[in-house]
Design a protein around this ligand. Sequence first.
Ligand code: FAD
Length: 494
Amino acid sequence: MSFISLSLLAGLFAYLSPTNALTAPSPATSACSVLTSSLGAKKVASSRLSLEYISSKQDYWNARQSSYKPTCVIYPEAAEDVSVALKAINAAGTRFAIKAGGHNTNDFFSSVDDGVLIDLGYMTAKSYDESTTLATYEPGNRWGDLYNFYQPYGRTVMGGRLNGVGSGLALGGGLSYLSPQYGMACDSFRELEVVLPSGEIVTASNTSNPDLFLGLRGGGGNAYGVVTKYTVQSRPAGKFFAGNIVYLFQHTDAVVDAVRDFTLYNLDPKASVMATYETLTTPDLNLNLDEVIILFVVYDGEDPGTAFANFTSIPNLVDTSSLRTYPQVTDMPVPLLAQLTRADNIFRMGVHHIETDTYKTALKNWRAWASANKGQYTYTSFNLYPVAKSLTDASKAQGGNALQMPDGPWLWSNYVLSTPPDLLNVTYEKVQASFRDMVAATPMATDLPLFLNEAAKDQNALATFSTYSELQKIKRKYDPDGFFETKTGGWSFA
Ligand SMILES: Cc1cc2nc3c(=O)[nH]c(=O)nc-3n(C[C@H](O)[C@H](O)[C@H](O)COP(=O)(O)OP(=O)(O)OC[C@H]3O[C@@H](n4cnc5c(N)ncnc54)[C@H](O)[C@@H]3O)c2cc1C
């Protein structure tokens, strides 16, 4: 008998054998079929043609993550479903991802290829307790859903500055327009319901699993467990004076100086600004149409007094400031930009002492890069986020968080790069690598924490926290078998 005939025979035996390797389902397929039986077909989408599957796969702010194909998507409705899911995924040994709003730009933080996607989008319950002013909500809510829900009570919750972002924002700290008054979004957590990697459902608060509670206050999502319910301190929300002031780039120096002065000298915690410098890929024909500065100003109250005087005194193209409700405040950006930014998107971060000029160097380097690489991207921006002393004080007053934020004022800088989706073998890896190198070569403070929510995975942002070794211990305690560490994406604790 020839070698080929022997191989065919062996293949036939293997095919007929119930335990053969050729037909054994993959770990992901096993987990999906177990979950279809245990959770019921209604909570599991296995067909790539189902509307739920398509919607979960498409709904990422970094469109590249939509190219990954989960083997199935599950839609838990309660902590118990998440517990069943984690146990089945662990037993099958497959990869998985936890998705809330899908806005994190890092691959595999909330997306998975050939694994189980846990889409929390159906967990949208929310409530308000008028006697305690505490708000409770589930993780499938977007910030806009929550702001709209709490508005009739004259309250709001600490969350994103744009309404479409998901609740995972608060697990990475969470910078809000109200942060100068109340700290990071995670500082307002009072109690969390958490499904641990083991599947056990626990409470994390100052009195119950306080170490876990610390890790979840800004130490990153998908690391220590799955948060299935947030109870937070709500905040009053009346009328806000807010809008966008748009400048031509010839005012770059004046605007950046105004941001510096605001960061250093503004003493009114009700005032908040974010400065964004935007560049399109279109050639610079000296028409000043490819670059624009958009400033976001928000004042918690009807009269900002002189809080924004340094900005309004600079000649501008348009100033949309007016009285708004909080849901309107978080719906301010120019609609065109929101459309343009739906692409393969990358975030990177910098952090700066305000007494040094590194943030100015960062702006200069980014602008030079944007000019030298015209045609290689669709859009890029550089954004400055002041971290006020009142913010870090408010954080400390509530017990501090995983960042243990050094006293403000200082500045976070955020860089965004948008490139078209990789199609027909045209990839943008080269320009993305060049962008990464530009940011890496730009000086920044080494004794301040990077902003987890908008850092790229290779920036290893968690390691910039002074609490890093404590977080490593918390991670080892709550994920002792390295289940999350090895089977889902996210920050490294190594
Ligand atoms: C347009 C835009 C605007 C933004 N504005 C702000 C802003 O104003 N302030 C700010 O701080 N950040 C902002 N960000 C950054 C944003 O906070 C992060 O991208 C954040 O990770 C998004 O959370 P998500 O739920 O939308 O995303 P996802 O990608 O779904 O989740 C983010 C991470 O958290 C994990 N996770 C989510 N929910 C849970 C859970 N319940 N339990 C365990 N792990 C979980 C996920 O697995 C993932 O690793 C913005 C981002 C974008 C794209």
